[in-house]
Unconditional design. Structure first.
Length: 202
């Protein structure tokens, strides 16, 4: 029922974990999600790699700022929240997934999206100050897409989930994903084209 945002767990790695003490030490902030890259890559090798929605839902917000870059927040169906609750062994009344540091979004607010649908491409943040990666969050409270809890660990424990055990259970391996395509005559209008999963290391 769930898709991995990079296509499959075996194609990806977590570079910074949920409430990662190393992140707190280096950045000075708690980490309310996970930072994802493809397995076996480094630097900006993943720039533009398609980012997939993990499950059906509706785009709650599409936002941008100079730190986050482009961000997409998706409100998932109740059936998805119940399924994630079964994975974690707890009741999840509502669920949102957030995808940050996108180079471009390819969805808009209010749009219905499917599990496995491309919602954007992996980017570097608004100031281009990071290596390309996806910052991914699971939220159980509705917060603005650009919200950052800083050192407020109690907010994270109340309003966020650790994505790692959920991503480990993504059982819909995507064999047919998308390339992000740049239209050189209209560079602000990103497009996607179909590509086989083998193109991404399947």
């Amino acid at each position: 029922m769930l898709f991995h945002p990079l296509g499959s767990p075996k194609w990806s790695r977590i570079d910074a974990g949920f409430l990662d003490p190393g992140y707190l030490k280096i950045v000075g902030s708690e980490h309310p999600g996970v930072d994802l890259n493809r397995a076996g890559t480094s630097g900006d090798a993943d720039l533009g790699h398609p980012v997939l929605c993990i499950a059906p839902g509706v785009v709650e917000e599409v936002a941008h700022d100079e730190v986050w870059g482009h961000v997409v927040l998706v409100r998932h169906d109740h059936a998805v929240a119940r399924y994630v609750g079964r994975i974690l062994g707890r009741e999840i009344p509502a669920l949102w997934s957030q995808y940050a540091h996108l180079i471009w979004p390819v969805v808009e607010k209010g749009q219905r999206v499917l599990g496995g649908q491309a919602i954007g491409g992996m980017g570097k943040g608004g100031r281009q100050r990071y290596w390309a990666h996806l910052h991914f969050e699971l939220r159980v409270s509705l917060l603005p897409a650009l919200y950052w809890p800083g050192k407020r660990r109690e907010v994270i424990e109340r309003s966020y989930l650790d994505p790692a055990p959920v991503l480990a259970k993504t059982d819909q391996e995507h064999r047919y994903v998308w390339h992000l395509v740049v239209n050189l005559t209209k560079p602000d209008m990103p497009q996607v084209r179909p590509a086989r999963g083998e193109d991404f290391g399947a």
